[in-house]
Design a protein around this ligand. Sequence first.
Ligand code: SF4
Ligand code: SF4
Length: 223
Amino acid sequence: MTDLTAKFKDMKIRYREIFLKSAEAIKQRVDEIKPLNFEGDIFDEFEQNSVGKQWQNAVLDMFENDISREILRKWSEILAYRNNFECKGCATCCNLACSEYSPEELKKRADNGDKFANQFTKIFVPYKDRSQAEKIYPEYLKMLSENVEGEVYFYHCPKLTDCKRCSDYENRPEICRVFPDNPLDILPETCGFYEWKKEVEPVAMMLHAMVEIIEWYKTKIKD
Ligand code: SF4
Ligand code: SF4
């Protein structure tokens, strides 16, 4: 097992632990606003205007106006804290971008108004074959092949010069300017934001778990 594969597996274990704790915390908050002496379950079907329905609405309202705002505020703090770190110019992110989408699929998405795909397709081109991408970050490709089901496509940016400089730095798109904007992404240790990722990762995992759990509640609470 490569070092990165071990780290990835460890990350999955930690995420699971955080997910279970977050689920417990959200359940507690749901129970805290349960009407006194009410026997029903939050996922039961209730008549409109019934006590159960009012509870469900209060829970949905708490998700929307309380917990979601809390998540957004904490996520903004994580991103603001990122400003204390800076790019070290290792060029890994320019040399190796991965996507679950093929070049054709990305093009289609860009044509359909997907902002990320639009910027991505303007700068990144696909590697001719996997072995070229492998030279950039072999551990990463090995980790992906051992852990990710389904196809992964590898891209690089031709605007990167031989001395690892961006030849169009002033005009680089937003996706380059904000990278990395998610501490849950895998970053190489050479990245100037690696320490940022390590520091904020537990909180980012908790926020990610909370979003997943809230979405799950929303789909299970019947209209
Ligand atoms: S446009 Fe510049 S910063 Fe963006 S990926 Fe290409 S080389 Fe890197
Ligand atoms: S991987 Fe990190 S340090 Fe390297 S070029 Fe990209 S942002 Fe900069």
